[in-house]
Ligand binder design. Structure first.
Ligand code: PLP
Length: 425
């Protein structure tokens, strides 16, 4: 395999490479593939791991003797809150167990903050002239869509290996009171796999903010989703914020979407006593209690926090080989070519691929024409605008291993072709 960087090729060699890649691409199209690497969904093999849920709960009563079939228990089942409090390193009374989606809990928090204000707001955010949020990029597309839907403006900061660029965040929030909050996916970030360090978390927890009601939306969706035996521990944001005198700054979110069933799991928030009361007060106007049958089913299925950890090892055994395959194909096909960089995440659901600037949309379009669906270029940026048109998010968990291989071979061909076209232009 010729692994010379494209930038070092002579004009003749570049022309030859371009021809070679065009031929490879024609072959790829002729295969009539139908592959999908777009969304971070668990595979059916992973979902099967939790199928005992379908035969649970065996009881109709929770540990306190309450009939779970009835109304009530707005904060969620005590035993499940205790289990996830241990996993998220918080206290059970700081946890609310809700429905099947943490994204909905984030949406509820934002909507209530816009309509009524946060626990420490002077007035509803919606009455401010402008509301802005800091968004580390690349980030989770649905966070950005949610903010856009509410008319909240987005300001970007770079996502680094140890979390958001804390100095850039601190500089933005120091004297702009319209900046009311920020997103962060602290553990195995979507899509970069970054792990927020204790130092970065401490800086975010303590930094002075012009807005007195600044909020950190700490979306710990992948807290337990390790791809190696070296399990990252999330920074303890609630304690850090409390110690810094800002107990109401962070709201943590998590769910079992990629632990049990993505469509029928349990979602959680964890926050200060003030934030929990605020959340429950608003929740209570529209709900008499969560689906406690599903919560009890989960408590019985896992049995303990260790039961959840053990279950996640089974997920790891299924998906780690898929991530290894992405790395193998990219390394073999693109290594040394100077046309792409990618991460090898130690957890989470994504691989972050950066191709030659200006070619990400072309790569995604080429792949689409060859029957390989990739997340649209720019998706990991607010307003779907990647200023460098360089970033592509790969989600290898859902397809079977052989499809991951075929898809990545195809993606590599598209990356090389787009890079050769650009170099030859
Ligand atoms: N947060 C992040 C960072 C995600 O990547 C996802 C799903 O891809 C979610 C939240 C969705 O969570 P839930 O299924 O609990 O709504």
């Amino acid at each position: 395999m010729n692994a010379t960087a494209l930038a070092d090729l002579s004009a003749d060699d570049l022309a030859a490479l371009l021809e070679e890649q065009r031929a490879a691409y024609d072959d790829l199209k002729a295969r009539g593939l139908k592959l999908d690497l777009t969304r971070g969904k668990p595979s059916s093999q992973q979902l099967d791991l939790a199928d005992d849920l379908l035969r649970l709960p065996t009881s109709t009563k929770d540990a306190s003797g309450t009939d779970v079939r009835n109304y009530g228990g707005l904060q969620g089942l005590q035993e499940l809150r205790e289990m996830f409090a241990e996993l998220l390193w918080v206290d059970a009374d700081q946890v609310v167990a809700g429905g099947n989606s943490s994204l909905s809990m984030m949406r509820d928090c934002l909507v209530w903050m816009m309509l009524f204000g946060a626990v420490d707001s002077e007035r509803p955010w919606g009455r401010e002239e402008k509301v802005r949020f800091v968004c580390p990029v690349p980030g989770y597309d649905r966070h950005f869509t949610l903010l856009e839907s509410l008319g909240i403006e987005m300001l970007t900061v770079p996502m680094r290996e140890d979390g958001p660029d804390a100095e850039a965040v601190a500089a933005l929030v120091a004297d702009d009171p319209s900046i009311k909050g920020m997103w962060i996916v602290p553990t195995y970030a979507n899509p970069t796999g970054a792990i927020c360090s204790q130092e970065v978390a401490a800086r975010l927890a303590a930094m002075p903010t012009a807005a007195p009601d600044f909020k950190i939306f700490w979306d710990n969706a992948y807290a337990l989703h390790h791809l190696t035996a070296d399990e990252a521990k999330s920074a303890d944001i609630l304690t850090l914020a409390s110690a810094a005198g800002h107990p109401d700054r962070p709201i943590m979110f998590a769910s079992t979407s990629k632990i049990s069933y993505a469509g029928a799991g349990v979602a959680f928030i964890a926050a200060s006593a003030g934030n929990v009361s605020w959340y429950l007060a608003h929740l209570g106007t529209g709900s008499i209690g969560p689906d406690k049958v599903n919560q009890l089913r989960h408590a019985e299925f896992f049995g303990s926090a260790q039961g959840v950890r053990d279950h996640m090892v089974k997920h790891r055994e299924i998906i780690a080989p898929k991530f290894a395959e992405v790395d193998r194909v990219l390394s073999e096909r693109l290594g040394g070519r100077g046309v792409a960089t990618w991460n090898t995440p130690t957890g989470g659901y994504f691989v972050n691929l950066d191709v030659v600037p200006g070619t990400a949309s072309r790569v995604v379009a080429l792949a689409k024409e060859a029957g390989i669906a990739l997340t649209p270029a720019g998706s990991s940026f607010p307003y779907k605008r990647d200023p460098d048109d360089t970033n592509i998010r790969l989600a290898p968990t859902m397809p079977p291993l052989e499809e991951v291989t075929a898809a990545m071979e195809g993606v590599a061909t598209c990356v090389l072709l787009a890079a050769a076209e650009k170099a030859a232009a």
